[in-house]
Design a protein around this ligand. Structure first.
Ligand code: UDP
Length: 368
């Protein structure tokens, strides 16, 4: 036996784990089925622009420990995410705040906004929101729901808002101040040099095999390590034997334009049903780029099928129950750990991935 850990997946979870284990004198082998490291935070430099190849990633956290941790690997710029929502030809600020309400209703004060929302939902009598629709209506009223949430959410998730969990919409701040910061977190930014450079640093000195599928590799090579960290889909690991968990996949249409500025903002969400994509990312604006050209990505959301890239776990009741069964199976494993968005079937943000990886390392240390 050559390695202490075989790590399947070189995304953020796998890379933090490998870095921490190397620090503790453990020998790890990282394998990844793609032809690059970094999982979905992978960036590729095109025309001197860091292109987020698997969708926009904005680092934000309120956890000082996590912020200091990630700052070991990169300096961060002062980017603050402030997406624009486009509903047909109307433009609104996100997240839902006084700028949004003032534009929507021509009002000025927080009390006016609250009164309108109250009036729009008075007859619904929602006491405890049971799904995303009820949650959204009770927070922002019918107009904002119809124009900025319903269409976008149904495109993004491929499901009716009544069939989605309320927590998804609670990811977004709701404010009665004129503040377009998409996050409430204390720390926020984009790493100077891009995310791939962070992963490269984390994996420095660790052996990495690309284009290597876990199942094929272990079938050919037997047991090359004492333990396994698996960051792929937990149901795939078990050959879907208890059932198939649902995921959403995303397809990106990347376009390059000979112009300095295509849309004037890094993120523009298209919230009506008619436009087939959910949002357009203009990558250079994450780093205040001044290049004479620009790269944009249109995001098309679709249901995941075997063979597609999974992006978002669909954490509704049915899937969470099935995941719980897989989790119990996983718990009985002595030598396999599951981690990350896919291994834990959780809609994690990057900071939560780091937190989870560091917690896991601490837990393993205690038990050693
Ligand atoms: N959302 C919406 N309208 C928007 C942006 C977001 O209704 O313009 C809802 C939608 O349901 C989405 C959720 O808020 O799935 C979370 O959005 P977030 O931006 O956190 O999604 P992510 O960046 O993870 O794709």
């Amino acid at each position: 036996m050559k390695y202490d850990y075989l790590i399947a997946g070189s995304g953020l979870y796998g890379a933090v784990f490998a870095y921490e284990m190397k620090k503790r004198g453990k020998k790890c082998l990282v394998i990844d089925k793609r032809n690059h490291i970094g999982g979905n935070i992978y960036c590729e430099k095109i025309d001197d622009i860091n292109v987020h190849k698997y969708g926009a990633h904005i680092f934000h956290t309120s956890n000082k420990k996590v912020w200091e941790y990630i700052n070991q690997f990169a300096e961060f710029n002062n980017y603050i995410n402030s997406p624009i929502a486009r509903y047909k030809d109307e433009l609104y600020n996100l997240p839902f705040n006084m700028n949004t309400f003032s534009k929507m209703w021509g009002i000025v004060t927080p009390q006016e906004a609250k009164d309108i929302i109250q009036l729009q939902i008075a007859d619904l009598n929602i006491t405890e929101p049971k799904n995303l629709e009820e949650q959204a209506l009770s927070l922002v009223g019918r107009d904002v729901y119809e124009k900025l949430i319903k269409g976008y959410t149904e495109k993004q998730w491929g499901r009716d808002c009544k069939d989605l969990p309320a927590f998804i919409i609670k990811r977004l701040p709701l404010r009665f101040t004129y503040d377009n910061n998409y996050f409430n977190d204390r720390y926020q930014g984009i790493p100077i040099g891009g995310y791939t450079a962070i992963i490269e640093k984390m994996l420095e000195g660790t052996e990495v095999l690309l284009n290597t599928d876990y199942k094929e590799f272990t079938a050919k090579n037997g047991q090359v390590a004492d333990k396994v960290l698996y960051t792929g889909m937990i149901d795939e690991y078990y050959d879907y034997k208890l059932g198939v968990l649902e995921y959403r996949s995303v397809r990106f249409e990347q376009e390059r334009y000979e112009m300095e500025n295509y849309q004037g903002n890094a993120v523009v969400n298209y919230t009506d049903r008619e436009v087939p994509y959910t949002r357009i990312i203009e990558h250079k604006h994450f780093e205040y780029g001044k290049q004479p050209v620009t790269i944009i990505s249109k995001e098309y959301s679709s249901e995941w099928h075997k063979g597609d890239e999974p992006y978002y776990p669909v954490n509704n009741e049915k899937n969470n129950l099935l995941y719980e069964k897989y989790r119990q199976l996983a718990e009985s494993e002595n030598n396999v750990i599951f981690g990350g968005r896919l291994g834990n079937y959780k809609y994690y943000d990057m900071d939560k991935v780091i937190e989870a990886a560091l917690d896991k390392i601490e837990e393993l240390n205690k038990n050693e």
